[in-house]
Design a protein around this ligand. Structure first.
Ligand SMILES: *Cc1c(COP(=O)(O)O)cnc(C)c1O
Length: 361
């Protein structure tokens, strides 16, 4: 088998997606399965659809295009504001997009007109995380202008928290989104079918709050893929946290001194690694590096400690000998490590199924 490789257990992803779709469905919340951390993998997208997600979402139109090219006909949502230069691809591929600039929405309307289509728009509202979003005071005007565009359907409003500043979804900001939705409807005489509360960081709130108000939609990536909520990265009950495993091959195994020698300056990636002596002098090099993953986001197997990395090497200290050249080491990944591994041309994706999990779903 080729290395490095990302082993992906589709049954575990199916289970995670299905479990979240069911739990949120009981609260009236539908789920868009977000595939961006996996380069929009059509295999994973198809598994999400089988598990019951209402639509697929990605921040890159190229990823959605790949899914369409692979024959997936589920509703698709572009979850990053379209680039003005990509408006015609966006309306050709995606059913709706998340938007925060009127100028872009005008571009989408023009492109949709040329293609004799209508394009759905969800207006993103800034509620404190300071990434994308229209300031609440400007929402009314932007919505009114949007409603006047010929080839655009205003589908709803949404927000995104946690990603940029770590702001947690709570009763206050989610309450504000609900109030904004209801106020827009009464002021403008429209009905909004989507009130999209956010991403995986919303799960604790969405499943725990006494009242979720108007929120009826979430866009979920990390919680399905890795079984964790992103605010504290705690595992979510009954989900698999190990659907992905990164496997790398050993290319050197030696006993070496625990400290470097010579005068010490910058390393390939800036600051020198800490000079705390590793607990063992058994050193193992694997053919994996910053080009393939985020080494800081890898959890090594028991008995191994990651002590450094550069473009193409990760250096580990091993408690004992017995990891010969040519053997493989398996790592759990966090979101950053997964994102980079799934998007590196050097890392092959290998899909598998797992009968035990299949029985459950
Ligand atoms: C990435 C992203 C998501 C999904 O976030 P997760 O934390 O992976 O669930 C949802 N919405 C937007 C706008 C995003 O950019």
């Amino acid at each position: 088998m080729s290395a490095p490789r990302l082993e992906i257990n589709l049954d575990r992803l199916h289970h995670n997606a299905r479990t979240l779709v069911t739990l949120l469905g009981r609260r009236g919340i539908s789920v868009t399965g977000v595939t961006k951390a996996t380069l929009g993998s059509p295999t994973i997208a198809r598994e999400f659809v089988r598990a019951g997600v209402a639509s697929l979402g990605d921040s890159r139109i190229e990823n959605l295009e790949r899914q369409r090219g692979d024959g997936i006909d589920a509703p698709m949502m572009l979850i990053r504001s379209p680039m003005p230069s990509q408006c015609s691809t966006v309306v050709a591929v995606a059913d709706l997009s998340l938007n925060s600039e009127l100028e872009v929405i005008r571009g989408l309307s023009a492109a949709a007109g040329e293609q004799r289509r209508t394009h759905g728009v969800v207006l993103m509202v800034e509620l404190g995380d300071l990434r994308e979003g229209i300031l609440p005071g400007d929402l009314h005007d932007v919505a009114r202008e949007t409603l006047q565009l010929a080839n655009i359907t205003l589908r709803g409003i949404g927000t995104n928290l946690a990603c940029q500043s770590g702001v947690a979804p709570d009763a206050h900001n989610m309450g504000e989104l609900s109030v904004l939705a209801s106020r827009l409807e009464s002021d403008l005489g429209v009905s909004l079918d989507i009130v999209s509360g956010g991403n995986s960081a919303n799960l604790d709130w969405a499943l725990g709050a006494d009242s979720i108000g108007r929120i009826n939609h979430l866009r979920l990536g990390e919680s399905i893929l890795l079984g964790r909520e992103p605010l504290r990265r705690t595992p979510i009950d009954n989900l698999f946290t190990d659907a992905f495993t990164l496997v790398a091959e050993v290319i050197e195994a030696k006993v070496k001194p625990t400290h470097p020698w010579g005068e010490i300056y910058e390393t390939a990636f800036g600051v020198a690694a800490s000079h705390a002596a590793p607990s063992s002098a058994h050193r193992v090099l694997i053919a994996l590096g910053q080009q393939d993953t985020d080494p800081a986001g890898l959890a090594p197997p028991a008995g191994f400690e990651i002590i450094g990395s550069s473009s193409d090497h990760v250096v580990l200290a091993a408690e004992r000998a017995g990891t010969p050249v040519g053997s493989e080491l398996r790592f759990a990944v966090n979101y950053a490590a997964l994102l980079r591994a799934a998007t590196s041309p050097f890392v092959e994706c290998m899909f598998s199924r797992d009968l035990a999990a299949q029985d459950e779903t």
